[in-house]
Ligand binder design. Structure first.
Ligand SMILES: Cc1ncc(COP(=O)(O)O)c(C=O)c1O
Length: 400
């Protein structure tokens, strides 16, 4: 007998969270482990944002606040969308949630009927398929290969749309690949989407500000305004403002969807923390100068890691355009044998081998829906990255 609901049988716990827990436990036991699995910047939340939170506490902003966000935060988000994305959302087209993940969860719960299909280009952020399953939808995984920079093409999209398609998930820059959709690529997807009015689009822009090489960010709702009412433009403070623990995400979408999401929120979390909301107002309205500094560090680390990984036999790595992950191929490693005589059959075996032999915690590609790859986060300092790459090299050289 079990007390657990049937619907939970379909889903698994977040793999990335799990790997971080395992790696940190090994560390706590005194093992020398380099954790390159984290999905968060290594910088502290900037001091002006922290101060806004202290001030909010002292000013007594410690009571219930509107679930959709305080008026100050709603206005800050409205101004952000207009300034950064040229998107004009009314206040009743904006909602704040307990992180970007929670926004996705509420959006799926608010819209999916059993067996509605959600097109998820792979490699994908690990939570998308499981959130869809939890909402009783059907993930339709579309493999996007390295030679298409891991991005879905207009043809692939059209070939996978059915009458049951409810959502397309888009994530740019992407976790895990760092690939960025260009304006033209989004226009091509928009051309297809305009033909299918039943399809909503989740534009997960959470890494919007972490972009390199002077590339420009585009989001679907502004590239094709005719799709704006069908787009849910998702963003949050976790990544750009180093606020992963504050748990605050937000989105702009049609009034109908926002109101449905608000209904769920009003009967579940009520709202995210009032203190986090005050901090997010400062994040969005205050100085943005640190973003440039962070990106300078990220791009240096990216170049370092890409170049070191590409010097390892059996591994090859594209240069990502944004976010703080690399997604190297380990095709040349598959089939080799460890010094202990174990065959490396897939990327999961390779990651286990790296963890056991050299204390490197990364995430295997299968978790993101495309093998044989692995994801390393370079949101850590240069010394650790150099050490990690030389350990990976050593581990690979020991394989036969
Ligand atoms: C692609 C993507 N979307 C959404 C999120 C959710 O971020 P949070 O819930 O911390 O705001 C993450 C976090 O890792 C992510 O990588």
């Amino acid at each position: 007998m079990t007390f657990i609901a049937e619907r939970l049988k379909k889903i698994k716990p977040s793999m990335t969270v799990g790997i971080n827990v395992k790696a940190n436990a090994l560390r706590a036991e005194g093992k020398d482990v380099l954790v390159l699995a984290a999905g968060e910047p290594d910088f502290d939340t900037p001091s002006n944002i922290r101060k806004a939170a202290y001030d909010a506490i002292e000013a007594g902003q410690t009571r219930y606040v509107p679930g959709k966000g305080t008026p100050a935060l709603q206005k800050a988000i409205q101004a952000k969308f207009l300034k950064d994305n040229n998107l004009k959302y009314e206040l009743d087209e904006i909602i704040v949630g307990v992180g970007g993940k929670h926004i996705i969860y509420n959006a799926m719960m608010a819209t999916i009927n059993p067996n509605d299909e959600v097109i998820i280009p792979a490699p994908f952020w690990v939570s998308y398929p499981d959130i869809v399953l939890l909402a009783e939808g059907k993930p339709v995984i579309v493999e996007c290969t390295e030679d298409q920079q891991f991005k879905i093409t207009a043809d692939q999209l059209e070939n996978n749309i059915t009458e049951k398609t409810k959502w397309l998930m888009l994530n740019s820059p992407s976790n895990p690949t760092g690939s960025l959709y260009s304006e033209q690529e989004l226009k091509d997807l928009a051309e297809v989407l305009l033909k299918y009015p039943q399809v909503l689009i989740m534009s997960d822009d959470i890494y919007e500000k972490i972009i390199y090489d002077n590339l420009e960010f585009f989001t679907l709702a502004s590239v094709e305004p005719k799709l704006k009412d069908r787009c849910l433009t998702l963003n949050g403070v976790s990544k750009s403002y180093c606020m992963t623990g504050w748990r605050l995400g937000y989105c702009g979408a049609s009034k109908e969807i926002i109101s449905a999401m608000n209904k769920i929120q009003s009967q579940s979390t009520t709202s995210t923390s009032s203190i986090s909301m005050a901090a997010a107002v400062e994040a969005l309205n205050g100085t943005q100068h640190f973003i440039k500094d962070h990106n300078k560090a990220f791009v240096r680390r990216r170049d370092l890691v890409v170049s070191l990984l590409n010097q390892i036999n059996g591994i090859s790595c594209l240069t990502p355009e944004g976010a703080f992950y690399v997604y190297p191929s380990c095709k040349g490693i598959i089939g080799k044998e460890t010094p202990g005589g174990k065959k490396i059959k897939n990327d999961e075996d390779f990651m286990s081998y790296l963890l056991e032999s050299e204390g490197i915690a990364g995430v295997h590609g299968a978790a993101f829906g495309l093998s044989p790859y692995f994801r390393l986060s370079y949101a850590t300092n240069d010394e650790i990255l150099k050490d990690a790459c030389s350990r990976i090299k050593r581990a690979c050289e020991k394989l036969k």
